[in-house]
Design a protein around this ligand. Structure first.
Ligand code: FMN
Length: 413
C-alpha cells in the first residue's frame, strides 16, 4: 500500500470512529474538522499555517486552511463533504497518484500555449470555474466577486442554478458571457423559465446537471451542521424547497410541488430541452462511455465528466478514471471537459493527456472566495495556471492540443 492510501486509511478509521460514536455531540468542532480534513485532503498546509493574505499562498491548499477557519461549521461541512462515507470525494483525489507523467526531454518549451477552444470561443486557459450554488454562503460578495476574478483572469465561469446573484448581475460583473448550469427541476415550465432567462441574458451554453436526479445522502455535512450553534432558519426558510425563496433565479416562480431533482428525467427530455433553445448543451455528470454515446445521440453538444465533486452517487470511482473511456467513445465529435478533485497543475495536465479539452475546479476557488473574496479566487486561478505552465515546460507538452495520451502512463492498466 502506498503512503497516500496508508495515511488516509488510518484517518478514515478515526473518522469512522468519530462518526459512530454515541458521544459525537460532545466531540469538539476542532476534532471533527481535523479528522475530516486529514481524511480527505493531501494538503501540506497545517492548521497552524494559516496565511494572512492571498499573495502569501504557496499552493491552493493554503486557501483551504483559511476557509476552514473563516466559515461556520454548517457552511464548511456542506462545502467540504461528500455523500455517504465520502468515498468518491476521496477517490477523486487519490486517483491522481495512479497516473504518472511521461516527460519528453530536449524540447524547446520556453513558450507554452494554454489556450483552448470551446464552441468557437478561445479561452486563455483550460481551467474553468465550476457551478457552485450559493456563493454568499462563503463571502458577502458571492458570485460577483467570482465573476470579477473570472474577468481579471479571462476564465470561463459556469453559474449555478441556485446562484445567490442573478444571471444578469453576474454577466454584468463578468463583463462578458458566462455559461448557465441547470438543475432540470421536476417541472417543464420551471425548466423553460430558467432556460429562457439564461438565453435572454446572453448565455451561449447551458450545462444540464444530470447526476442528482436520485437525491443524495450528505451525512458528513449533517454532522457539521449539528455542531453549528446558529439558527439556520434565520437565513433559510424551513422546508425542502425553502432555499428557492432566497435565490434570485427563482423570483416569481411558483415552486409549490416542484423539486430541484427530476427523478423522471430521461434522454427524451434532453432532446426536448435541446430542441427548445438556441444555446449549446453540455451534459454534466456523465461517468460512462454508454452515456457519452447517448449524449451524442440525443443532441448534447459537449460532456462534462463529473461526479459532482463526490457529492452525488457514492460510486467510489474518480472522474480521472472515468475520463479515458468517455474521451475514447466520443473522439473528436464533441468536447469533453472534466472536474473533480483538481488541485494541482499536474492533475490538470494528466486530464488533458487523457482527453479533456478543459478542466473545472469547484472547491479550490470556493476556498479562495471564503478566504479573501475576489483576490483569493484570482490567486487560486493564478497558482493553478502557473503550476500547469510549469509541468508543460518540464514535460515538453507545449500546448493543450499537443498534450496527448503519450504524456501519461497509468499504474492501473
Ligand atoms: C458546495 C458545492 C456546491 C455545488 N453546487 C453545484 C451546483 O449548484 N450545480 C452543479 O452542477 N454542481 C455543483 N457542485 C459541483 C461542482 O460543479 C463540481 O462538479 C465539483 O465541485 C468539482 O469537484 P471539486 O470541488 O473537487 O473541484 C457543487 C459543489 C460544491 C462543493
Amino acid at each position: 500500500m502506498n503512503r497516500v492510501n496508508d495515511r488516509s486509511g488510518s484517518r478514515r478509521e478515526f473518522l469512522k470512529f468519530l462518526a459512530a460514536s454515541p458521544l459525537l455531540a460532545g466531540v469538539s468542532r476542532s476534532a471533527l474538522l481535523e479528522a475530516f480534513a486529514q481524511n480527505t485532503t493531501a494538503s501540506t498546509a497545517g492548521a497552524g499555517d494559516v496565511i494572512a493574505a492571498a499573495k502569501d499562498a504557496i499552493n491552493v491548499f493554503d486557501f483551504e486552511a483559511v476557509a476552514r477557519k473563516n466559515l461556520p461549521p454548517a457552511h464548511w461541512g456542506y462545502m467540504a463533504s461528500g455523500v455517504d462515507d465520502d468515498a468518491t470525494l476521496r477517490a477523486n483525489r487519490e486517483a491522481f497518484a495512479h497516473y504518472q507523467i511521461r516527460p519528453r526531454r530536449l524540447v524547446n518549451a520556453t513558450k507554452v500555449d494554454l489556450t483552448t477552444e470551446l464552441f468557437g470561443t478561445t479561452w486563455d486557459t483550460p481551467i474553468f470555474i465550476c457551478p457552485v450554488g450559493g456563493h454568499k454562503m462563503f463571502h458577502p460578495e458571492g458570485e460577483i466577486a467570482v465573476a470579477r476574478a473570472a474577468q481579471a483572469k479571462k476564465t470561463l465561469q459556469i453559474l449555478s442554478t441556485v446562484t445567490t446573484s442573478s444571471v444578469e448581475e453576474v454577466i454584468k460583473a463578468r463583463g462578458g458571457p458566462i455559461w448557465y448550469q441547470l438543475y432540470p427541476t421536476s417541472s417543464w415550465d420551471v425548466r423553460q423559465t430558467l432556460v429562457k432567462r439564461a438565453e435572454a441574458a446572453g448565455c451561449p451554453v447551458l450545462v444540464l446537471t444530470v447526476d442528482l436526479s436520485g437525491g443524495r445522502n450528505m451525512e458528513t455535512a449533517e454532522r457539521f451542521r449539528r455542531l453549528d450553534t446558529r439558527r439556520c432558519d434565520s437565513c433559510h426558510e424551513p422546508g425542502p424547497n425553502g432555499v428557492y425563496a432566497r435565490r434570485p433565479m427563482f423570483t416569481g416562480i411558483d415552486m409549490t410541488g416542484v423539486g430541484v431533482n427530476a427523478p423522471a428525467l430521461t434522454w427524451d427530455d434532453v432532446k426536448r430541452l435541446k430542441d427548445s433553445m438556441k444555446m449549446k448543451l453540455v451534459i454534466k455528470g456523465i461517468e460512462t462511455r454508454e452515456d457519452a454515446e447517448l449524449c451524442l445521440k440525443y443532441g448534447g453538444d459537449g460532456i462534462l465528466v463529473s461526479n459532482h465533486g463526490g457529492r452525488a452517487t457514492e460510486t467510489g470511482r474518480a472522474t480521472i478514471d472515468a475520463l479515458p473511456e468517455i474521451a475514447q467513445a466520443v473522439g473528436n465529435r464533441m468536447p469533453v471537459m472534466v472536474d473533480g478533485g483538481f488541485r494541482r497543475g499536474t492533475d490538470i495536465f494528466k486530464a488533458l493527456a487523457l482527453g479533456a479539452r478543459a478542466v473545472g475546479i469547484g472547491r479550490p476557488y470556493v476556498w479562495g472566495l471564503s478566504a479573501f473574496g475576489q483576490p483569493g479566487v484570482e490567486a487560486v486561478l493564478d497558482i493553478l495556471r502557473r503550476e500547469l505552465e510549469m509541468v508543460m515546460r518540464q514535460s515538453g507538452g507545449r500546448s493543450v492540443r499537443e498534450i496527448g495520451a503519450a504524456y501519461v502512463t497509468s499504474s492501473r492498466r
